[in-house]
Design a protein around this ligand. Structure first.
Ligand code: HEC
Ligand code: HEC
Ligand code: HEC
Ligand code: HEC
Ligand code: HEC
Ligand code: HEC
Ligand code: HEC
Ligand code: HEC
Length: 424
């Protein structure tokens, strides 16, 4: 009896100590694996910026320490320290730095990617779409003019007019709207164009992140360009959503194969090196049609573009299967073109006969005619090429036909009103 009390005490204290040790170990273990902490420690001592910023902005230093670039010996100074002549630079703790590194800094080490990006519609054309060439220097304008797919009128002359909706909404709205997405191609004061950071989020610059569709979905969504919604409906998107957590997202650039990812993401089809196609930052390289346009026409590089995209599909599908998909999509595009042309003829007739003004968005029918191609026409075409049947049908062709009926009825009413007005 006398031994009983001490024994339970001993067992009790032993259990308590064990629990405390377990809790201690759990709280001390690094959340993402031990190697990260080791890298972070060795990295932080290597850079004067990091040594101080480890206290000032520890998250930035920790994030950068996880990047492939930090492991390859790239330092804070490589992106942030600039020449004294750089208009974006300022004094900082004895250094001359920029708080917003641009493609000019990236180009020191990634010249090929920067050039491809600059020669795509993600470059200058994305900003030209808003305010024409107003914000471009002569050199920056020259770079844009060299892009084969830049907007051209029927006479081949580059069209770079200000966007009417952009001016209608004006500076109290557009910085939080149009400009947030289109700044992917904004000209910078240091002479460079665009912002790599829109896709390569700082400071991890993770390949996994940029290969996933969510990164593109920041901008490629909504009724006028629902590529993300279409992708998520497609068999490819379903594979990604149900199996994607098992894919090898970190494979080295240019080495991706079907064994890393058995179905494609946006990046695989439009950018990644895959099979016999090299990685490209020119997102127009694998395209054959101007789908965003009201009436779709072929791109200057239509034949090569289509061959390049088909070569991506060919990693996983037979050529007969792929040809059939393109034939179906081309046929939807021809159908949409014919309906949009009908609406355009109606609108041009109203302007010619002096019934409505030729100013953009001058009357309610102008908004309806805009929605017809800008929402429904585009959506049907995108759905057809990227395997989203619901977007071809119920978000595309059906509301397109409904809208055409509406535009016809409105036009007839305007003409009747105009006639009555004329007689009075
Ligand atoms: C002795 C400490 C110290 C050193 C060394 C230092 N910084 Fe800083 N840095 C700061 C502090 C403090 C801030 C202000 C943080 C805040 O506003 O929250 C700052 C801010 C910044 C900013 C943001 C500026 C802005 O306008 O938003 C950048 C970018 C930056 N530092 C980069 C660097 C780089 C690159 C280096 C090395 C070339 C460096 N820093 C060296 C302390 C330091
Ligand atoms: C590979 C290039 C690169 C490297 C290396 C790099 N940065 Fe940056 N940093 C950027 C970019 C890009 C931005 C965002 C620019 C912008 O706002 O458009 C940025 C922004 C910042 C900012 C401002 C962030 C904010 O939200 O206010 C700070 C501070 C900063 N970096 C500190 C650092 C420090 C410290 C290091 C080193 C540990 C570092 N950077 C390394 C590219 C880099
Ligand atoms: C001082 C040279 C240098 C600068 C400046 C630089 N990088 Fe890098 N970058 C590298 C090196 C080195 C690698 C690693 C290559 C490797 O290991 O395959 C790399 C890799 C990358 C990767 C691939 C990451 C991965 O996980 O494989 C991306 C994305 C990247 N850099 C983007 C940028 C961007 C965006 C900028 C400008 C904001 C930039 N880099 C500036 C040298 C640089
Ligand atoms: C959510 C991001 C986002 C916003 C906000 C946005 N856009 Fe866009 N815009 C895009 C994307 C993505 C495309 C590309 C569609 C395609 O190529 O299929 C595009 C295409 C365009 C085009 C056709 C391409 C060209 O260069 O002619 C024009 C014009 C345009 N946008 C103007 C505007 C204007 C004006 C606003 C604001 C009133 C605006 N956008 C707001 C993302 C956006
Ligand atoms: C539209 C999004 C997007 C933009 C903008 C972008 N990148 Fe990339 N980048 C990617 C994708 C996606 C990959 C991965 C390709 C793959 O799967 O291998 C990549 C990969 C890279 C790599 C790894 C090596 C390679 O070539 O594959 C580097 C370096 C790089 N980008 C640099 C840049 C630079 C510099 C800029 C700006 C001039 C930039 N990127 C702008 C999407 C983008
Ligand atoms: C920050 C916004 C933004 C992000 C992020 C973005 N894009 Fe874009 N993208 C645009 C805009 C704006 C345009 C239209 C530019 C124009 O034609 O004026 C565009 C156009 C395109 C085009 C058509 C190019 C052409 O020649 O007509 C493709 C393809 C494309 N993007 C693919 C992608 C992919 C793939 C990703 C992700 C890896 C991505 N984008 C990420 C804004 C973005
Ligand atoms: C299976 C491959 C594939 C996938 C995955 C894919 N696309 Fe596409 N995309 C295409 C094809 C094919 C076209 C039409 C090509 C042509 O013009 O011949 C296209 C067209 C586009 C366009 C239209 C450019 C224009 O002319 O207006 C944009 C923008 C775009 N894709 C972005 C994306 C985004 C963003 C994602 C992911 C959310 C994505 N794509 C996923 C194959 C793909
Ligand atoms: C990385 C491999 C890969 C690439 C690249 C790829 N696909 Fe697919 N695709 C798949 C897989 C896997 C499925 C799902 C098959 C199933 O439904 O059983 C699929 C399904 C499809 C479907 C639906 C088939 C059905 O039976 O419902 C179509 C259509 C399609 N792909 C067309 C394309 C086109 C067009 C391209 C090129 C622009 C392309 N794919 C690129 C792997 C790929």
């Amino acid at each position: 009896m006398t031994n009983q009390v001490p024994r339970t005490l001993i067992i009790g204290s032993a259990v308590t100590i064990l629990i405390l040790i377990i809790i201690y170990l759990f709280t001390k273990l690094p959340s993402g694996g031990e190697s990260k902490t080791a890298e972070q420690i060795s990295y932080s001592g290597a850079d004067k910026c990091a040594a101080c910023h480890r206290r000032v902005t520890p998250d930035i230093v920790n994030q950068f320490a996880l990047s492939t670039m930090a492991r390859a010996g790239v330092r804070c100074t490589d992106c942030h320290v600039v020449d004294r002549s750089n208009p974006m630079g300022k004094e900082h703790e004895g250094f001359f730095i920029t708080a917003s590194p641009t493609p000019k800094q990236c180009a020191n080490c990634h010249p090929a990617e920067t050039k491809q990006f600059e020669h795509s519609r993600h470059g200058g054309p994305a900003w030209v779409a808003l305010s024409g060439f107003a914000d471009f220097s002569a050199d920056q304008k020259k770079t844009v003019e060299q892009i084969p797919e830049v907007n051209r009128g029927p006479n081949g002359i580059i069209t770079a007019t200000r966007n009417a909706l952009f001016d209608m909404e004006g500076p109290s709205v557009t910085p939080a709207a149009c400009q947030t997405c289109h700044s992917i191609g904004k000209p910078n004061a240091d002479g460079s164009i665009g912002n790599c950071n829109k896709c390569h989020m700082r400071h991890e610059f993770s390949l996994e992140q940029v290969r996933k569709p969510e990164i593109c979905g920041q901008c490629h969504l909504g009724p006028d360009h629902p590529q993300t919604e279409i992708y998520h409906e497609s068999a490819h998107g379903v594979m990604y959503q149900t199996e994607g957590d098992k894919w090898n997202w970190r494979q080295k650039p240019g080495r991706l194969t079907t064994s890393d990812m058995p179905a494609p993401t946006c990046a695989t089809c439009h950018m990644s090196g895959f099979g016999n196609q090299g990685t490209t930052h020119d997102v127009g390289q694998r395209l054959s049609k101007f789908l965003f346009a009201a009436v779709t026409t072929d791109r200057p590089n239509a034949v090569e573009g289509r061959e390049a995209m088909k070569a991506i599909c060919a990693n996983c599908h037979s050529s007969r299967f792929v040809d059939e998909q393109y034939a179906k999509a081309d046929s939807v595009t021809a159908f949409v073109n014919s309906k949009v042309k009908q609406a355009n003829d109606i609108m041009e007739g109203l302007v010619k006969d002096g019934i409505i003004s030729n100013k953009p968005f001058a009357s309610p029918i102008s908004f309806d005619a805009f929605d017809l191609w800008h929402y429904y026409g585009r959506t049907a075409k995108f759905g057809a090429y990227m395997q989203g049947p619901d977007y071809v049908q119920w978000h595309g062709v059906y509301p397109l036909l409904q809208q055409l009926a509406k535009v016809k009825a409105e036009a007839a009413e305007l003409r009747a009103g105009h006639k009555r007005g004329g007689r009075l």
